[in-house]
Design a protein around this ligand. Structure first.
Ligand SMILES: O=C(O)C(=O)C[C@@H](O)CO
Ligand SMILES: [Mg+2]
Length: 390
């Protein structure tokens, strides 16, 4: 099998969107005085879809969500020439080729995200060419089905958050992730607001469910140290990305406090970066996203690394490029699950672009043994609501 063409297209949503309500979600911009409304930097309304075509007629699909227009340029100008004419089965060689050729500028961030999209498309091809789902190529089914946690609960009105939690509890979810709306800029009043929100959600979901708390890098070390003991009584399973991704010392210090397990890795990009996080005991849960860390080839290696350190992997986002890895490794006990809603943050867009993304039933997602590759096709239903950049 030989690669004959690589096509990268940006899908930019132009349809109706739901404006973020209330304090919505803390994020890294919150610590900075800014005339820019911070939610503008937080919304992700575009996606790059990469199609790798072959001389067999098979086409593999990959995707990247970060900085989609730049990712497309990287695929077009730098990565496509490196894989054209090559055999997708040489995926390790091709991954190294892309990683090393772009290393001067690409080793963290959007460079790696673009590599990920091509790599994911290669694995989709491998599955399609063998008639097997990707998880089979990675080692097979380690779970009957994948437990997943409901991930939304942005910081809106507390009654609304409670209604949301109740609805999804009734649908059978037994694990939830909520977002904080306040950080250091909101002073002690914000601490109180944060605690009230966790209490409100626990009031509805009880204590026989898991609750995860998301900061999305909107706090700092001092603030987190102050609030951690106050949050402990709500028994969170983890506290996610309290500080910016580069502050590995901060993660290590917070995790060593042993009050609440600290999770991270959603904004880490390389195998070496994860080695550092693990060596430093900086996180108790690793949350890579396969469409950021160099694709399935690299995520598979990170799983092995985490297995050896006995640190669980719960990838960022659901989505097929992550589900296949979660299914095939014991290092990964469960998945994140973004429900399909009207377009708001943009996490939902995956459902609007692709057909085949599984829908959770009773808090589990299932992968089909008989669907080759990733099991995704392009959806036609919403095509007129995207601007598509060729
Ligand atoms: O789902 C997460 O872990 C994210 O960080 C997604 C982002 O949308 C913040 O809510
Ligand atoms: Mg997160």
């Amino acid at each position: 099998m030989k690669i004959t063409n690589v096509r990268a297209r940006v899908f930019e949503w132009k349809g109706k969107t739901v404006p973020p309500q209330g304090n919505f979600c803390s994020n890294a911009m919150d610590l900075l005085y800014s005339p820019v409304e911070t939610m503008q930097t937080f919304r992700f309304h575009g996606w790059t879809v990469v199609e790798v075509e072959t001389d067999t007629g098979l086409v593999g699909y990959g995707n990247v969500a970060l900085a989609p227009r730049i990712a497309k340029q990287i695929v077009d100008q730098y990565l496509a020439p490196l894989v054209l004419g090559q055999d997708p089965w040489d995926y390790e060689y091709l991954n190294q080729r892309m990683y090393r050729a772009t290393h001067a500028w690409g080793r963290k961030g959007v460079g790696m995200a673009a590599i990920s999209a091509v790599d994911i498309a290669l694995w989709d091809l491998l599955g399609k060419s063998t008639g097997k789902p990707v998880f089979k190529l990675l080692g097979g089914r380690t779970k009957e089905k994948i437990p997943c946690y409901y991930s939304k609960l942005y910081r809106t009105d507390l009654d609304e958050m409670q209604r949301e939690a109740e609805t999804y509890l009734k649908q059978g979810f037994s694990a939830f992730k909520m977002r904080f709306g306040h950080g250091p800029a909101h002073l002690q009043q914000g601490v109180v607001e944060n605690l009230k929100a966790v209490e409100a959600v626990r009031e509805v979901i009880g204590y026989d469910t898991d609750l995860m708390l998301e900061c999305y890098m909107g706090w700092n070390l001092e603030y987190t140290k102050r609030i951690l003991p106050k949050l402990a009584k709500y028994q969170p399973r983890w506290l996610e990305e309290p500080v910016i991704a580069d502050d590995i010392d901060g993660y290590a210090e917070l995790n060593a406090m042993n009050i609440i397990p600290i999770s991270g890795g959603e904004h880490e990009f390389s195998l070496y970066g994860f080695k550092q996080l693990l060596e430093r005991k900086a996180v108790s849960v690793v949350q890579y996203d396969t469409n950021r860390v160099g694709g399935i080839t690299m995520a598979h290696k990170i799983n092995a690394l985490c297995e050896a350190y006995s640190v669980p992997v719960v990838p960022h986002a659901g989505q097929m490029h992550n589900y296949h890895l979660t299914m095939s490794t014991l290092a990964s006990p469960m998945s994140e699950y973004f429900p399909m809603f009207d377009v708001e943050v943009g996490n939902e867009l995956f459902y609007y672009i692709f057909d085949g993304e599984p829908v959770a039933e009773n808090g589990f997602v299932q992968l089909d043994d008989d669907k080759p590759g990733l099991g995704l096709t392009l959806k036609t239903e919403y095509l007129d609501q995207f601007d598509i950049l060729e």
